[in-house]
Design a protein. Structure first.
Length: 115
């Protein structure tokens, strides 16, 4: 079985909706990190400080076919194509440890259900 890491970066206020979408698309475990986004063309505020946006970075390791399903789902359901909407991508993983037999069964079942 081949694995991918799916990374989703969304505005902090969209975190709950994004988590629900990831789960519905087949993600069985999600790690959430907090961050702040800085833009290349950021506007300046009154004191010359840049505006920062709080963001949620979500990471899940899943089977490759599920990764593609997850990316399609979040692209359709979240406004990722709009400025400031967020970003999603996957990265193929060469080696993965720590995924138990039960998790492998869940991945296999999700892939079979999606076909």
């Amino acid at each position: 079985m081949k694995f991918s890491a799916v990374v989703l970066i969304v505005p902090d206020e969209d975190e709950d909706r994004a988590v629900d979408l990831l789960k519905q698309a087949g993600a069985t475990g999600i790690t959430i990190l907090k961050g702040k986004g800085l833009r290349h063309n950021e506007r300046k505020t009154f004191l010359g400080l840049g505006l920062e946006r709080k963001e949620s970075v979500m990471l899940c390791v899943t089977e490759q076919q599920l990764a593609m399903r997850i990316l399609r789902s979040v692209k359709q359901q979240l406004a990722l194509d709009l400025p400031g909407g967020g970003l999603a991508f996957s990265v193929a993983l060469g080696s993965v440890v720590g995924i138990g037999l039960e998790q492998m069964k869940l991945f296999r079942r999700e892939v079979e259900d999606g076909l």
